[in-house]
Write a protein that binds this ligand. Sequence first.
Ligand SMILES: [Fe+2]
Ligand SMILES: [Fe+2]
Length: 291
Amino acid sequence: MSKPLLMIVDDEPDIAELVSVVAGQVGYDVRIASTAIEAQNICRESTPSAIITDIVMPDMDANELLQWLVEQGSAVPILLMSGYGQRYLSSAETLGWARGAPIVGSIEKPFSLTELEQHLRHLLSPEYVWSEDMSVGVDVLDADHKALFSILHHLRSDLGKKDEVEVIGKTLTNLHDYTGYHFTLEEELMEACGYPGLHAHRKAHRKISEKIEGYMNTISSSGDASITNELIDYVGSWLHVHIGGMDKAYESWMSARQNPDIEALQTMHSNAVNVSKRFLLNSGNANDLAP
Ligand SMILES: [Fe+2]
Ligand SMILES: [Fe+2]
């Protein structure tokens, strides 16, 4: 059986080599790209099973590479790495999620071999990944769904970290805020389309929001993050079922082919993009990206 292919993108040869050795031990075949342009060439020749990429690189940074991967329709799980600190990594993740890049975690340089190995193993067995058959036919909503799965992955990689409860608390706040933003957007679009299932759909959104809030309260009041795995499985399964069922059901209503009000659809799309931008600005991340 062929091994999964990990593409390592880093302009620092020592780091790329180190990741390559550990990835080999974890069970990957490896290809190394020293620039984002080389990475694009590798993706044209083969389909990696996973990608680990540095953010700041000379010819094209990882944000542009992620944008390109999204445009190619890639759903390959991505791990970000950087030596510019956790705040910078978090900002890059948030920006990537908003664009629909399936980022499943990040690792700060310098990292220990154990930490690297854990991340690479996690990357090897991604669960709750968005796939093409889950598309609801509206790009911004597909991008949100990918982002929600990415945040769940991030939550899994938070487990066992130093200051675990605090780190998980931050990621949970991100999950809570992103679901809130996405549900509002989705409901606005359904309303604008005159979708008949809006009421039941809104109820389902409220229910999972309350569930997430319940988990958040339990973790913060007990100072114990041991229910995080249960939370990830609950929310991950819910997302799979909800996107594949209730969300897919509005696809035809939002399709320009079946809905004659194309102009209204276009307005909705531009409103959706504005909401995405507002989310990034409100999260305070849009200006953090310059190292
Ligand atoms: Fe929904
Ligand atoms: Fe949704």
